[in-house]
Design a protein around this ligand. Structure first.
Ligand SMILES: *Cc1c(COP(=O)(O)O)cnc(C)c1O
Length: 428
């Protein structure tokens, strides 16, 4: 990386030339003009690069995607309408009916449902495995039709740290890529490609946007996975695509084969494009990402230390805490801080937890996480309520777990709110 991440946040993806707007422009247009029929034809054959219809590509989206690709250190990126769409496309781009996916079990509830329900219905087989399982247990999960290994750098809502380097080695030994959802740390705190991950996904709805104003997602391609070396596993990338006159992605686009197919195939057919207006907001958010993430982390550290020492707290997961069982691993992968999210439980029953949450004033109850407002959620009664108790435990979500996302307010005020709410819960 030539420039520091702070500079890339502000400048990557858009450098105006003489007389052009200083701010990234919003190209609010469905279509683009050409002079000759032949010019247009060559775009449809993927012979020339260029814009023709915003369902596939839009200049504003591409500038923002290029910024995220630079931040992650990838060869290319594509924006999607949501984080869900990003994770679906990232998997479906290389795994179709008859294929098999191995995923760590402690992942975001929405992704768990996507894999376990919808992708199963599409004829894709899924194996969930504890991310702390031994190498041998992981190895045993692989089948001849396995196409990818999936995990989250920092799990939502448990805030566990993925051992990316170990999982990348296991995946590569079996000739498949490691896909990592890097939503919580953002590339400011962790760049999974540096540890061997091949594809990174994001819900840009979270810290990247940071203000809680728009839902979006992104897929970034490292360009490092050698598809042709495993051509039998990845026919979509390594054999002729009849819908583009027999073009072979891995031959034609080399290192950018995977991300190009995401756009020209999946976006073309499934159309979950991010609106250019939303991409513009995302670009604004990215400009301050490095400043905000550092503050989220320092405030979260202060609040986590307060909770760790409070007699009403039963347990807390925050990898920045000395004494957390993953502190050492966090120092390796996330030396500058993890994220602003923590998981904890209070001593007392479900009623007590509800009295506590209802008594909070500054901290709001929200189905959201990782933006500038501090918020709290009880996954068992909110985001994960579709899961049975058994599935909850399989996903590593304790029924008493509360997810607390520290925003950009003063940490003293956040702590004061928690203190008051505990006092109210104690007195009924
Ligand atoms: C929120 C989230 C998603 C889903 O993203 P949406 O933008 O809500 O569709 C996926 N992964 C993680 C880790 C998330 O936190």
């Amino acid at each position: 990386m030539t420039q520091k991440i702070d500079t890339l946040c502000v400048q990557a993806g858009y450098q105006p030339k003489r007389g052009e707007p200083r701010q990234m422009p919003i190209i609010q247009s469905t279509t683009f003009k050409y002079e000759t029929s032949d010019q247009m034809g060559r775009l449809f054959d993927l012979e020339d690069a260029g814009y023709f219809y915003t369902r596939l590509q839009n200049p504003t989206n591409d500038m923002v995607a290029a910024r995220i690709a630079a931040l992650e250190g990838g060869v290319g990126a594509m924006l999607t309408s949501s984080g869900q769409a990003a994770n679906f496309f990232a998997c479906f781009n290389i795994c179709e009916a008859g294929g098999h996916i191995i995923s760590t079990s402690s992942i975001y509830g929405g992704t768990f449902n996507l894999l376990d329900t919808t992708m199963r219905k599409m004829g894709i087989d899924i194996t969930f495995i504890d991310q702390e399982a031994s190498d041998e247990e992981f190895e045993a999960a692989f089948k001849p039709n396995t196409k990818l290994l999936f995990g989250e750098t920092l799990t939502n809502p448990n805030v566990r740290v993925l051992d990316i380097e170990r999982l990348a080695k296991i995946a590569h030994k079996h000739g498949v890529p490691l896909i990592v959802d890097n939503t919580f740390p953002t590339p400011v705190n962790c760049r999974p490609f540096e540890w061997g991950a091949d594809i990174v996904t994001h819900s840009t709805t979270k810290y990247m946007d940071g203000q809680g104003v728009q839902v979006g997602g992104c897929i970034v391609d490292s360009g490092n996975f050698d598809w042709m070396a495993h051509a039998d596993k990845f026919p979509g990338l390594c054999t002729p695509d009849a819908s583009y006159h027999g073009l072979v992605y891995a031959e034609k686009f080399g290192k950018a084969a995977y991300i190009t197919k995401c756009t020209t195939h999946l976006m073309r057919d499934l159309g979950s494009i991010q609106a250019p207006q939303n991409a513009f907001y995302l670009g604004l958010g990215l400009q301050t990402l490095h400043v905000r993430v550092a503050r989220h982390c320092s405030s979260a550290q202060t609040v986590a230390e307060f909770l760790q020492n409070h007699p009403a707290v039963k347990w807390i997961n925050y990898p920045g805490l000395k004494g957390d069982k993953e502190y050492e691993r966090a120092q390796k992968y996330l030396p500058n801080g993890s994220c602003g999210v923590m998981a904890f439980a209070l001593k007392g029953d479900r009623d007590y937890a509800n009295r506590f949450m209802d008594a909070l004033k500054l901290i709001t109850i929200e189905t959201h996480v990782a933006d500038c407002h501090t918020c709290i959620l009880h996954p068992a009664s909110h985001t994960h309520r579709q899961l049975s108790d058994e599935q909850l435990l399989e996903a590593g979500v304790a029924p008493d777990l509360m997810r607390l996302s520290i925003g950009l307010e003063a940490p003293e005020d956040i702590i004061e709110d928690i203190k008051n709410a505990i006092a109210i819960a104690d007195n009924k």
